[in-house]
Every structure is written in C-alpha cells, then in structure tokens.
Design a protein around this ligand. Structure first.
Ligand code: GLA
Length: 400
C-alpha cells in the first residue's frame, strides 16, 4: 500500500521466494513446495454465508504465496517478505500471539485445525509474501490460511479433498483466532475459477461458476482507507443477533434451521413479532439471500443495470438494517456512482474496507480521477483503487 491516493493495476511484483528461502534457511529443507492462494471480492451476498445462504464471490489477482521445505523437527520457522522479519512456532505448543508476532496466528490456526482433525504434520521452513491488501475486506486472511495449509499438508505427504481444506482453513479462523466467520472466503480462495464468479450454496457447498462476462466492464475495487480494526467483535455480535433471530422465528416457523430457510414473503408475515434490532438483522440476511439469486441471473444475462440496482439495495440494507457500513463507505459509494461506476457496494465483512464496482472501460479514467479527488476531500481518507481480474483458486506444486 502507498501513502498517497493510488491506482493499482495487475498483481504487483512478487519477490523471488526461492532466493529468499535460501537466504533465510541456508538451503536447508527438502522437497520444496510452492503455493499461491488468491484474495476474493464478493459481488453480493454479505453476511449470508454463516446463515447457510448464498454468496457470489470472485477470486481476484491479488494473492499470497508460500514456499516451504520440510524440517526434521517439530518447529515451523517462518519469514515474512512483507514484514521483513522471521518468527517461529512449535507444532506441539501452539499459542495465540499478540503484538509483532500476531501474523503467526493464522498459520498456527491452520496447523491446529489440521492436527485436531488427526493429521500428522512435520516441521517446516516457510517464506511468505502477499499483495492482498490487509484488513481491506479482500480476504487476506483466507489467502494466508489456504496457502499455508497447502504447503503444510503437502510437506507432510497429505492430499486432502479441497472442500475439507476449505473447512479446515475456516476452523483456523473460528477456533484459533476466534472470529466466527463463514466459509465464503476460504472457498473462493481455494476453488475460484478464472473469468467467473462462484454462486455458492453455503449449506451444501454446491457451487456453480458463473461467467463474469460483461464486455467493456471493469471490476474496480476501492479501499476506503478505513481499516477494519475491531471488526472481529462486531462481526461476532452480528452472528449472535442472527442466531437469536432464528430462535425467535422458530416460534412461528418451527421447521427453519437457519435464516436461509425463511422466504421473504414468510418473513413479512411474522417480522412484527421480532424486536426492532433483531428484525432488521434478519431482514437484511433474508433479502440479501434473495438478491444473490437475482444477481446470478442478471450476471448470466449480462444485465448490468439490474446488477446496479441489486448492489444499491444491498448497500442500503447493509447501512440501514445490518448496520455494518460506515459513513466513509457510504460516501465512497456515492462518489463512485457520480463518477461512472454503474454498480457499487461495500464488499466483505464491513465496518470499513473496500467497495466493489462495475465500471465501463470508457469511464475508468474519469472514475479513478473522480474518486481520488472527491473522496479524500469529503472524508479526509486516502483511497486505493484496484482493477481486478477473476483468477483461478489456489494451487500448489513441488519445485525442488
Ligand atoms: C467476512 C467473513 C465471511 C463473510 C463476510 C461477510 O469476509 O470471513 O465469512 O461472512 O465477512 O459476507
């Protein structure tokens, strides 16, 4: 990330991880494995995943790379090319870190999830680098988890079903780090399809790649410059409100298991019985779920205007009912729409982070100029604009 407003095109320059590996670990380690795992941008379907509903994410050309070799002992030595520092943990004494070593928590969480599932890991030397913006709502965490998981499992001679890899990576975040996220981010990072969005059913994990084929339209992601900071505790609070909503709704609709099971028309008949805040939270999730299906249809039909309308309704719902937008994001959406974006909404967990935009190519320059001028003037914040491509999900290969 840069200090001033900037527009970033393409994936950025990755360092030579093999050279770094040899520098840091003096060539020790054997059977080197190299993994890459992308971040994601969710087109629509926010906070629906842990309600067992639907999402429409895209794996994008911002990624985390991990290169690693086996060690004969039980230590994992890591070097972060981004932080330019090393740190280590013991596979038999995993413990949450604070401060400068907190970046070890996701790799430790992955090791923890794998070991709890009964898999035997070996020690490893790992170098890691990424260009998924941190704390931006583009799933840098999921990309770290998936890339580390692929290298740690392959070094241990394990090859798991990709859906199990996704579930285990999610456990890293839920059980070790303690944020009760859903499954969307890890799923998109592992199973994304180049040139497509994934329509994912978060209950069955059935999914359909939908061509992201909107001729002349660019996928623009704009970071608001508002860090997601304490988002974890607020995220867990939303999750608890949804669970409370399900319990209350079950009094009238005993067959439901999750908000995913409630249709908008059914909800309209019973919502009066819910306390105001819970009612709003449930309304967001139930209506957002319905919007995902509509958006998938609009995407299939290349109907950009309909996508714009659905994004607008999603943004209003995140602002008014789910209360996860922030004033800067609302301003950023308005500025983007005023300067040529035809669809704009916050993407990801909320409380800051990024917006996702559909921008006609011929308006791209005006869009970037307008956002970089008006947004800082109105909010005092510095935006960063990413022009993204939809890429394949994670991969791993042996390189030595
Ligand atoms: C975060 C979580 C996801 C999902 C989104 C909101 O990215 O990791 O599981 O809940 O927020 O849609």
């Amino acid at each position: 990330m840069t200090d001033g407003p900037s527009v970033e095109d393409g994936a950025g320059q990755a360092p030579d991880l093999a050279a770094l590996y040899h520098r840091e670990f003096q060539g020790s380690g054997e059977g080197l494995m190299a993994a890459r795992a992308p971040g994601r941008v969710n087109l629509i379907g926010e906070h629906t995943d842990y309600n067992e509903g639907f999402v429409l994410p895209v794996a994008v050309d911002r990624e985390v790379r991990v290169l690693g070799g086996r060690r004969p002992d039980r230590r994992v030595e890591m070097y972060s090319a981004n932080f330019e520092r090393g740190a280590s943990f013991d596979l038999d004494a995993l413990a949450l870190r604070k401060g400068d070593d907190a970046w070890l928590n996701l790799p430790q969480g992955v090791a923890d999830a794998l070991q709890r599932a009964g898999h035997h890991l070996t020690g490893a030397n790992l170098v890691m680098w990424g260009n998924v913006p941190l704390g931006a709502g583009m799933s840098s965490s999921a990309a770290v988890e998936i890339a580390c998981l692929l290298v740690l499992t392959r070094l241990a001679g394990l090859e798991l079903d990709p859906r199990d890899e996704v579930r285990l990576a999610r456990h890293a975040e839920n059980d070790f780090v303690g944020v009760q996220t859903g499954i969307m981010d890890q799923f998109a990072s592992r199973l994304g399809v180049a040139g497509h969005a994934l329509l994912l059913d978060c209950r069955s994990l059935a999914y359909a790649p939908i061509p992201l084929d909107l001729p002349g339209i660019a996928l623009g992601v704009v970071h608001s410059g508002v860090p997601r900071g304490l988002a974890g505790s607020k995220y867990n609070a939303r999750r608890a409100e949804c669970a409370a909503g399900v319990r209350l709704l079950q009094e009238s609709l005993p067959a439901i298991r999750a908000l995913r099971d409630v249709q908008p028309a059914e909800f309209a008949l019973v919502e009066e019985r819910l306390p105001e805040t819970i009612r709003r939270r449930c309304r967001h999730v139930i209506m957002e779920d319905a919007r995902v299906g509509e958006a998938a249809e609009a995407l299939r039909g290349g109907d950009v205007a309909r996508l714009g309308d659905l994004f607008a309704r999603s943004q209003a719902s995140m602002r008014d009912d789910y209360a996860i937008s922030v004033p800067e994001i609302d301003t950023l959406v308005a500025v983007a729409l005023a300067h040529g974006s035809v669809a704009s909404r916050m993407t990801g967990g909320g409380f800051g982070g990024c917006t996702v935009n559909l921008v006609p190519d011929e308006r791209w320059d005006a869009f970037t100029r307008g956002v970089m001028t008006d947004y800082p003037r109105l909010t005092g914040r510095t935006p960063t604009i990413y022009r993204c491509r939809a890429v394949d999900g994670a991969s791993v290969e042996q390189i030595a």
